[in-house]
Design a protein around this ligand. Structure first.
Ligand SMILES: Nc1ncnc2c1ncn2[C@@H]1O[C@H](COP(=O)(O)OP(=O)(O)OP(=O)(O)O)[C@@H](O)[C@H]1O
Length: 330
């Protein structure tokens, strides 16, 4: 199911939460809404869901070409998972997953046997076989979010909407669930829109990244494209580490830590290099980072492989030559 969002505006009183948002979400894609707090991600997700409506007459939402702008949430066929959308504590895992089916009007409600087999199918899908009778407080945080996902999928939604689904989990579990979600998405191919303020999560997971800022879309593209070709200084700075060098009266220049080459000072080439001094060194695991200070006082963060660092055999205070691939502000 493709989603087409056309020229959406949304005010809360006089506050403008979304301004002229247009976006195409291809069928079967995993799209990330990425942006800082307050940029409007959740509001946009809620409008796609039908939990919130755009300003009167401002914008159209189409699911697979059909205008759903005035269709309420219960009829839109969307499944949700929210960061703090708690499971029902007094119900078992199986009862939680079955919930959306058991509350359907009688004429649409599957039989008990059908519900049981659907729940088993979903437990299998989210890899929680054997935990059907547990209660939420007997599960880990990651398992709970997978139950929430199974519960969202029970009604066979046409679209899956996730609002910071892993936000409350610790870093390790987040990473595991992220990989799992990618694999899971590839298996079921359901059009999925998820909100995150975590750049790494968006870049690693999504087919399409939508960068939002101050109620507007700043850039849309494949992760590699927005990372390699940021359209504005904001996107540059928001998508991961970047060094910003702004000399008096000139436009800012940007360079990512892995785009800086470090050479022995003896290899200095005036046309391409700058001399710098090492002020900080850190190496743990295969990647090493160092900070160098340029003669005009700017500090640059540099990323190297551990092997490169060992070959350079650097210490604090050593002089090096740095060669950079500089990007101007777009
Ligand atoms: N019901 C509401 N009434 C008034 N203002 C609201 C309402 N919902 C959201 N806002 C405001 O709209 C702006 C966008 O909120 P939104 O939740 O969409 O941002 P977000 O990008 O999802 O942020 P976060 O990452 O913090 O969740 C915020 O300034 C917020 O305070």
């Amino acid at each position: 199911m493709s989603i087409s969002i056309h020229s959406i505006h949304k005010h809360f009183g006089s506050y403008s939460a979304l301004e002229d948002i247009s976006l195409e979400i291809p069928n079967g894609s995993l799209t990330a809404l990425l942006g800082p707090s307050g940029s409007g991600k959740t509001t946009l997700l809620r409008i796609v869901a039908g939990l919130e409506f755009p300003d009167e007459g401002a914008g159209i939402i189409r699911f697979h070409g059909q205008n759903v702008s005035n269709i309420p949430v219960v009829k839109r066929g969307v499944g949700f998972v929210f960061q703090h959308y708690a499971l029902f504590r007094h119900m078992t895992v199986a009862q939680n997953i079955a919930f959306g089916l058991t509350v359907l009007p009688k004429k649409h409600r599957p039989s008990r046997g059908e519900i049981r087999s659907r729940v088993n199918e979903l437990l299998d899908l989210v890899k929680l076989e054997g935990l059907a009778k547990r209660r939420p407080d007997q599960l880990s945080g990651g398992q709970r979010q997978r139950v929430a996902l199974a519960r969202a999928l029970a009604i066979r939604p046409k679209v899956l909407l996730l609002d910071e689904p892993f936000g409350a989990l610790d870093a390790q579990v987040r990473k595991e669930l992220r990989r799992w979600l990618r694999q899971f998405h590839d298996e079921i191919g359901l059009t999925t829109l998820f909100v995150t303020h975590d750049q790494e999560e968006a870049l690693e997971l999504a087919d399409q990244v939508v960068v939002m800022r101050n109620a507007r879309i700043e850039q849309v593209g494949k992760p590699q494209d927005v990372y390699d070709h940021p359209r504005s200084p904001f996107v540059y700075e928001f998508l991961g580490n970047v060094n910003k060098v702004q000399r008096h009266g000139s436009e800012p220049q940007y360079v990512r830590p892995h785009e800086i080459e470090v050479l022995f000072a003896a290899e200095y080439e005036p046309a391409t290099d700058q001399l710098a001094r090492v002020t900080h060194l850190f190496s743990a695991g295969p990647v090493a980072s160092l900070t160098v200070r340029l003669p005009d006082g700017y500090f640059l963060d540099v990323q190297l492989s551990r092997k490169q660092l060992d070959e350079l055999a650097l210490g604090i205070g050593d002089e090096v030559a740095v060669r950079m691939r500089i990007h101007g502000a777009a």
